[in-house]
Design a protein around this ligand. Structure first.
Ligand code: GCU
Length: 595
């Protein structure tokens, strides 16, 4: 379009994001468990940039003088801004930021040993900066150079800074967590929209040719490994597992498979092995549990044995830290889940932190991991698909070696339309292409017209997730038995959600159960659900909604007070509601029956 004669970029350009979307950061996850990483956490400066002026007027280029050396009028002063301790969610840093949704600019300086170029006898190396998670779109700049834009608030990404690194550096990240109709998730969800750099930021120095990712697992009596190398399509790698006496050379073109009899990882015996991969001058390792998960008919098999998933759903959230949960908080969640006799958790509705799966590997909990293809996203929009597929790729690449992760979910409660079928069917195929070793699922809805499990997406899934709220959103409890009798799924079903709101500590006054939000009401729903579901042979798992109350801007009843209170625990996890004990008892019996 011809620009008018009085055109000024910074104030007249409406679609300023287009420039940044030209350089999307995708599939950038690097296997880094054993790599030396320099933390860039700590004291950053930040400024609320509600109109994205940093991106519109390119503050990041720091043009402070014009061509003639005259100082330019500036509307920012990065190093005089307020300090913030990264990682964190900005919402919990001050009252004024609690509900803030929009642009935020983060910056800090950092020093790093220079890269000694090859010609000066140095080792040719490459330097990356890794973000564990940034909630919102993130445009990254280092030393006034645009490094790329990442979409996806819950997956890690890396930017290569080799060519721009100096002894003294400035990094600047323009974050915008505004919900968007074309986003993944879109602008309507049932959880709180935190913002910020809420997971670790680290600098990683790598050899010029390095092992980017690998997948090691166990299948039919063999340990296999596949390796991808940045900078080589073929060449000899070594798989080393000392405890099993394995030292196998292989060409990365083909991967390797060696007969082995490892102690199989299981919830009651979460055995992890030190696995090393070597290629050229690069060597990495990881702690990996070997196990097999499969589906046969209507059974879910772990190491060849049929299992029942005694689960619970959970958001990634704590009252104190929002989405920036700590390792201690994750361990507390798993300890409480085990106290409820769980062996399974549904990490809803987006990828939780990498630590969540690593700790589950350690303590022995099975996990459902999910991308936020939630409700009615723009299934017709190719950019939306690209975003969803990239988040799926980043999640699977990050957690593919985690024994605890037993199922990938490509979405939740989506309307059964043609465009959704095509979109999510492609995601299911993509998940299998990246990782053929785990079943694929999605949380589907019951066909309320015919009272059947009839979602077309089921043909693309290995395990059928079903969310149903009989007893809460639909009071007619005569329906669920009909639904399950009318349905004859050929695959295992996990009831991925059922539940009822309940105000912790509120017990009904009239001695009846018709007090919604009372503990007795919630308990009554759970008892009826347990009675109905436990009688259905093809239900092989349950993950009630939800483990603990969580912040939710859609919940404005005075009893909810801006929280979704379907938790079996209070939001601070200190109070167990009556229904917690009902699940604990049911799962205790399920566990005994399985022995
Ligand atoms: C839906 C949805 C959840 C939501 C829950 C509820 O099933 O999957 O994200 O929080 O119901 O209504 O509480």
């Amino acid at each position: 379009m011809k620009k008018p004669k009085n055109f000024q970029e910074g104030i007249h350009t409406a679609d300023f994001w287009d420039f940044y979307k030209e350089k999307l950061i995708q599939d950038s996850v690097i296997a880094d468990f054993s790599r030396e990483k320099i933390s860039l956490n700590g004291d950053w400066k930040y400024g609320i940039d509600q109109y994205d002026t940093c991106l519109r007027n390119r503050w990041w280029s720091e043009h402070e003088y014009d061509g003639g050396g005259r100082a330019l009028p500036l509307d920012y002063s990065f190093d005089e801004w307020e300090s913030v301790e990264i990682p964190c969610c900005w919402n919990l840093q001050s009252e004024k930021l609690f509900l803030y949704e929009g642009g935020m600019v983060y910056t800090r300086k950092f020093t790093t040993p220079p890269i000694s170029p090859l010609e000066e006898g140095g080792v040719n190396e490459r330097v990356f900066i890794k973000f564990g998670g940034v909630s919102g779109r993130a445009a990254v700049f280092v030393n006034k150079a645009f490094m790329g834009l990442h979409e996806g608030s819950s997956t890690p990404f890396c930017v290569e800074v080799t060519d721009v690194l100096q002894p003294e550096n400035r990094i600047l990240v323009a974050v915008n967590n505004t919900r968007r109709a074309d986003g993944v998730p879109m602008d309507n969800t049932d959880w709180f929209n935190y913002g910020g750099i809420y997971r670790d930021v680290e600098l990683i120095r790598l050899p010029e040719v390095f092992i980017k990712a690998f997948h090691a697992g166990f299948k039919a009596g063999n340990i296999f490994a596949r390796v991808s190398v940045d900078g080589a399509e073929s060449g000899t790698a070594v798989l080393r597992i000392r405890e099993l006496g394995i030292e196998a050379e292989f060409d990365i073109k083909n991967g390797v498979s060696v007969p082995a009899s490892p102690e199989l990882w299981d919830v009651d015996n979460p055995k992890l092995y030190d696995v090393e991969i070597e290629f050229g001058g690069d060597k990495i390792s990881d702690k990996i549990g070997f196990r097999e998960i499969s589906v046969q008919g209507r059974e879910i098999l772990l190491n060849g044995r049929s299992i029942f998933l005694r689960g619970i759903s959970a958001h990634e959230e704590s009252v104190k830290n929002g989405k920036a949960v700590t390792e201690e908080e994750i361990r507390e969640n798993y300890a409480l889940a085990k106290e409820m006799n769980c062996n399974f958790m549904r990490l809803a509705h987006y990828p939780h932190s990498e630590a969540a799966a690593r700790i589950a590997d350690e303590v022995g909990i099975l996990l459902w991991e999910e991308i936020p293809v939630y409700w009615a996203i723009e299934f017709h929009n190719p950019e939306t698909y690209d975003n969803a597929e990239n988040q799926l790729t980043e999640l699977i690449t990050r957690d593919i070696n985690r024994a605890s992760v037993v199922v990938w979910s490509v979405g939740n409660e989506n309307p059964d339309t043609d465009s959704r079928f095509e979109f999510m069917g492609r995601l299911a195929d993509k998940a299998r292409e990246i990782d053929g070793t785990r079943p694929i699922t999605a949380a589907c809805l019951v066909d309320h017209g015919t009272l059947r499990i009839a979602d077309r997406l089921i043909e693309k899934l290995d395990i059928i997730g079903i969310n149903e709220y009989y007893g809460w959103y639909d009071p007619d409890f005569s329906k669920p038995p009909k639904v399950f009798e009318n349905s004859s799924p050929e695959k295992p079903v996990i009831i991925s959600e059922f539940g009822a709101d309940c105000k912790a500590g509120f017990t009904q006054k009239r001695g009846t159960r018709d007090d919604m939000f009372s503990e007795e009401f919630q308990l009554d729903v759970y008892k009826k659900q347990i009675e109905t579901l436990s009688a259905i042979e093809y239900i092989k798992g349950i993950s009630p909604w939800i483990f603990y109350d969580f912040r939710c801007p859609r919940r404005l009843h005075y009893m909810q007070d801006y929280y979704n209170i379907k938790g079996l625990l209070s939001a601070d996890k200190k109070y167990k509601k009556k229904a917690f004990y009902a699940m604990q008892k049911f799962y205790e019996k399920k566990e005994k029956d399985a022995l």
